[in-house]
Design a protein around this ligand. Structure first.
Ligand code: SAH
Ligand code: SF4
Ligand code: F3S
Length: 461
């Protein structure tokens, strides 16, 4: 459906294939880049084979993620050589966090790359491509003084509609926390919040394009701060109250939040706002205070547990999710057991966990007592089996309950639709007389490996 906004068609239109790695912010950035390229006549394709431009939107968070980019670029180099032999244009662009961190190195190692743009400079992508077409190789990674959002085309209703009934909306970027394992403060720069009016405008436009659920994004989304219409400084809680007033916007979520930025107003929003879904992704990384200190998290395990108690006291049905790292430098068996204790205490509905990956340029890389790979892996396995057990228990506890479902897409079988529960579970339902975008009550009847099953019911009980 992208054709609707594309000026050129058929023989003349160029095709872009975008491959997105990493976090939701990259997913959001890819949609914005696709919109910017559409204005230049590019139609997005899902087939790399038919692309005239391949754009890799990359992630630098762990070594494996960054390495993937170079192996992919190796394949693209060969594809480009084959295309050029046929006399066809084929361009390669690299965006995202690897581009930001290693832009010059990418250019040096892979001469076939035409353009490199960073997360704060991708509004310059169309111009960079036209310079590349004229023979330059372009690296645009200096932090722009201008606000990229002011320069990007606004997404129109037709393109939004083609993307479905849920959408991401980046409200905050960058990070000033400098956890000692993490590259994000270097790849995304310091914390910047988008102004309130820009966010409200974008949210309304999404609703006009059929979106019913918006997930606010930020590396530290709850560090969002901006001036409110009352002249006071608003935080994420205030923003959620304001967004909840937008008619047609039925569900709100936000991710990722940092425990230190969960303020009273945000907790109040969880208590008050029916539209704010009872699901919170709140990473702790480790349950050991010694390791948390070495990680520069600036909170203890107890601070985290007490915070969750406070949130649960106002919103008892909230489902918790988190991120964990095993084998941070110096982590002992006892430190790891402390992480397992936190997990047992919280009972997560979902979680992401990773082996520590040493990243050049971060303080963690220079710390003593790096943990052996096998130990990291063994701890990760134990942690993950506990987390999987908890997720299964949470899903099982939903069986028999009547919950609201936002219908998102067709299911595997005719007559079936897939929707999301308030707790972000994927739910299959045999649906009659309803359509994608509807929010309906269903009764959960069973659980599968990756999703739940439900029947339609008439009323929410
Ligand atoms: N801003 C978010 C997370 C950003 S990165 C926060 O503060 O929670 C997403 C997750 O990747 C992190 O929560 C962490 O668990 C993981 N991660 C980051 N750097 C890592 C590294 N060097 N090795 C392993 N996992 C890492
Ligand atoms: Fe990385 Fe820590 Fe910032 Fe999250 S808060 S992005 S983990 S430095
Ligand atoms: Fe990766 Fe950058 Fe996101 S490093 S996790 S794509 S902020």
């Amino acid at each position: 459906m992208t054709e609707q906004t594309t000026p050129a068609h058929g023989e003349n239109s160029r095709k872009v294939f975008i491959k997105t790695y990493g976090c939701q912010m990259n997913v959001y950035d890819s949609t914005r880049m696709s919109d910017a390229l559409a204005r230049d006549g590019y139609v997005q394709t899902e087939e790399m084979a038919e692309a005239d431009l391949v754009l890799l939107n990359t992630c630098h968070i762990r070594e494996k993620a960054a390495e993937k980019v170079y192996s992919q670029l190796g394949r693209l180099r060969d594809l480009k050589a084959a295309r050029n032999r046929e006399g066809r244009e084929f361009m390669i662009g690299v965006a995202g966090c690897v581009a930001q961190a290693e832009g010059e190195e990418i250019m040096r190692r892979v001469p076939a790359v035409d353009v490199v743009v960073g997360p704060q400079t991708y509004h310059r992508l169309p111009e960079a491509l036209s310079r590349a077409r004229a023979g330059d190789r372009v690296v645009e990674t200096d932090y722009a003084i201008e606000d990229k959002f002011e320069h990007l085309p606004k997404t129109d209703a037709a393109r939004t509609r083609a993307r479905g009934v849920t959408a991401f909306l980046t409200v905050q970027e960058g990070c000033d926390k400098f956890c000692t394992f993490c590259v994000v403060p270097y790849t995304r720069g310091s914390e910047v919040s988008r102004p309130l009016a820009q966010i409200i405008d974008e949210a309304k436009r999404l609703v006009d394009g059929g979106v019913r659920e918006v997930t606010l994004l930020g590396q530290n989304v709850n560090a969002w701060r901006a001036e409110g219409p009352d002249g006071r400084e608003w935080g994420l809680g205030d923003l959620l109250y304001r967004l909840a007033d937008i008619p047609g916007l039925e569900r709100l979520r936000y991710t990722t939040s940092h425990p230190r930025d969960m303020d009273d107003r945000l907790i109040e929003a969880h208590a008050d706002l029916r539209k704010l879904m009872p699901y919170l992704h709140l990473p702790i990384q480790s349950g050991s205070d010694r390791i948390l200190k070495a990680m520069n998290r600036r909170h203890t395990a107890d601070d985290y547990l007490r915070l969750i108690d406070r949130i649960r006291s106002v919103r008892p049905d909230i489902a918790m999710s988190g991120d964990f790292i095993t084998g941070f430098p110096g982590e002992t068996d006892a430190d790891f057991e402390a992480t397992m204790d936190v997990v047992r205490a919280v009972k997560y509905a979902a979680a992401f966990s990773f082996k520590y990956s040493s990243r050049p340029g971060t303080p963690g890389a220079d710390m003593p007592d790096h943990v052996a790979e096998e130990v990291k892996a063994e701890r990760l396995e134990r942690l993950q089996s506990l987390l999987i057990e908890q997720q299964a228990a949470f899903n099982q506890s939903c069986v028999g309950k009547t919950v609201s479902l936002l219908l998102e897409k067709p299911g595997r079988f005719p007559g079936q639709l897939i929707g999301r529960s308030p707790w972000l579970q994927s739910v299959n339902v045999d649906a009659k007389g309803v359509e994608i975008g509807d929010i309906i009550p269903v009764r959960i009847t069973g659980t599968g490996p990756n999703s739940l099953y439900a029947d339609m019911v008439l009323e929410l009980s």
